[in-house]
Ligand binder design. Structure first.
Ligand SMILES: [Ca+2]
Ligand SMILES: [Ca+2]
Ligand SMILES: [Ca+2]
Ligand SMILES: [Ca+2]
Length: 487
């Protein structure tokens, strides 16, 4: 089957008209939101103030653009936010002097390839995360005429390792994630109507190892999340026009068992995927947002997953990315669901960990064209910031939110043997678990930290690294790195 699209001239003209129209609408949207606020009646009804506050004014140099993916990547020791550009440049952003500013080297901008998903991962083992950028060449699915980019920091400048390599295939796609495979860290790439890839580096050369593990399947690939478990890492891929995939790690390989686990959802068009410890009982559960279809929360049990979706969470909407974090540091995880208002108003939604709706504050964005998102404590104050991208049917600026609070947070970054963040590691504190994200949400990657609200040192922590090695430690500080035993 092929989804390759040939675009007749009249559609190009219509598209051009729509672009001009959407820029005009974006202007109106921005004008309309000034002063009066888009907040409407969505502030906390109970008088409490623990919902999102708009801090988008902290983003400097924030033009209206079409954007999709956001990745929180560790670059030269600091967390940076990589933003993909669609019909415009990519950006690498950092926190400086109280604001989020662009600090983008010229050769990362790549304005012409219509980039979508992005992720960081140290696949060459030098301790610095590479940045994978999935391009589309403006193709919805199937073949494209652009290459993806695999940026490697060499002597202070970013070099594209795909420039002279045939490893990247020429198919469109959506998301990319950092996955610890039997061959070490790799980028798993969710293609759309093209074979999926798992790209790693052996002896200085790139290799697509997906065919070796029968992971080069073709479907409508959308989203990826790692599921660290029992000292190894499973992989879930959310799809449409076909079943989801669950790659259960078995010794040196994988078996695809979504159907057996109750996660196949053949008729549901998956978008956002994420894992989080629902119920704070020490295992990772799964949530999936589905486009204009029932959203799902699956609780992990000893022999599969049980559908525990709440009525609030299940209700349909134009869903995009999905994040679960303790945004207000009260010790409980909340879920943020990003909708895209491409046809009509579509407020974003906020839930507690059981999927019951809670006040969202400023982050509703009823007219927001939400696509990707990332979460990280970019300013180092111990509270998570959430940055949202917008795009697809129009251009809008980035937005940023946080929930102000005075509660403590414990932040842990496990380090791999190379010294890079140990993405896919599982961190256990007080009976709760949190994974170090490799990519999730849809199009995105969250910060390479495990964030726990309302926990104060001294406290005992156990890190399960993706190769099965463990390290337990009594922490004396609120923000620590924990090294792999072989480092
Ligand atoms: Ca590297
Ligand atoms: Ca759980
Ligand atoms: Ca919370
Ligand atoms: Ca912060």
């Amino acid at each position: 089957m092929s989804y390759t699209v040939k675009v007749p001239k009249r559609y190009v003209l219509i598209a051009a008209f729509l672009l001009v129209f959407s820029i005009a609408v974006t202007g109106l949207y921005l004008a309309g939101s000034e002063g009066t606020g888009m907040v409407e009646d969505l502030m906390a009804q109970d008088g409490s103030d623990n919902s999102f506050v708009d801090i988008s004014d902290k983003i400097e140099d924030n033009p209206s653009l079409r954007r999709y993916g956001l990745a929180s990547v560790k670059v030269q020791g600091e967390t940076r936010i990589f933003v993909t550009g669609y019909g415009g440049p990519n950006a690498l952003m950092k926190w400086e002097d109280g604001g989020l500013v662009s600090d983008t080297p010229e050769n990362l901008k790549d304005s012409d390839t219509n980039a979508i998903g992005a992720a960081g991962c140290d696949i060459d083992g030098d301790g610095q995360e590479e940045i994978y950028v999935l391009t589309t060449g403006d193709q919805y699915g199937g073949r494209k005429d652009t290459r993806d980019r695999l940026y490697d920091l060499q002597n202070g400048s970013w070099v594209d390792l795909f420039e002279d390599s045939s490893v990247t295939n020429r198919y469109s796609g959506r998301s990319v994630a950092c996955h610890y495979s039997p061959q070490g860290y790799s980028f798993f790439v969710a293609r759309y109507a093209g074979p999926m890839q798992m790209i790693t580096m052996n002896d200085n050369s790139l290799e697509d190892i997906a065919p070796r593990y029968n992971m080069d399947r073709t479907t409508g690939g959308r989203s990826i999340v790692n599921v660290p478990r029992n000292g190894s890492v499973d992989l879930f891929v959310g799809n449409e026009r076909g079943q989801n995939f669950y790659y259960n790690r078995t010794g040196d390989g994988y078996e695809e068992i979504a159907e057996e686990l109750g996660l196949a959802d053949v008729s549901l068009p998956a978008r956002g995927v994420m894992v989080y410890d629902r119920g704070e009982d020490g295992d990772l559960d799964l949530a999936v947002s589905n486009w204009n279809s029932e959203n799902k929360i699956y609780s992990r049990g000893s022999d599969g997953f049980t559908d525990v979706t709440s009525e609030d969470f299940s209700s349909r909407g134009p869903a995009r990315s999905l994040m679960a974090e303790d945004f207000d540091n009260d010790g409980d995880t909340s879920i943020y669901l990003n909708n895209i208002a491409s046809r009509q108003k579509a407020p974003n939604r906020f839930f507690n960990s059981r999927g019951e709706e809670i006040p969202i504050g400023d982050a509703s964005e009823p007219q927001g064209l939400g696509t990707g998102a990332t979460v990280t404590d970019i300013n180092g104050d111990g509270t998570l910031e959430m940055v949202l991208a917008h795009g697809e049917t129009g251009s809008q600026p980035l937005t940023m939110y946080k929930i102000p609070n005075d509660n403590p947070s414990l932040r842990i970054q496990p380090l791999w043997k190379s010294g890079a963040p140990a993405r896919n590691a599982l961190v256990k504190v007080d009976g709760k678990v949190k994974s170090v994200d490799g990519g999730s949400g849809y199009l995105n990657q969250m910060e390479p930290w495990a964030h726990f609200g309302n926990i104060s040192a001294p406290v005992n922590v156990t890190v399960m690294f993706p190769d099965g090695r463990q390290k337990s430690k009594k922490l004396q500080n609120q923000r620590v790195t924990i090294e792999h035993p072989e480092r």
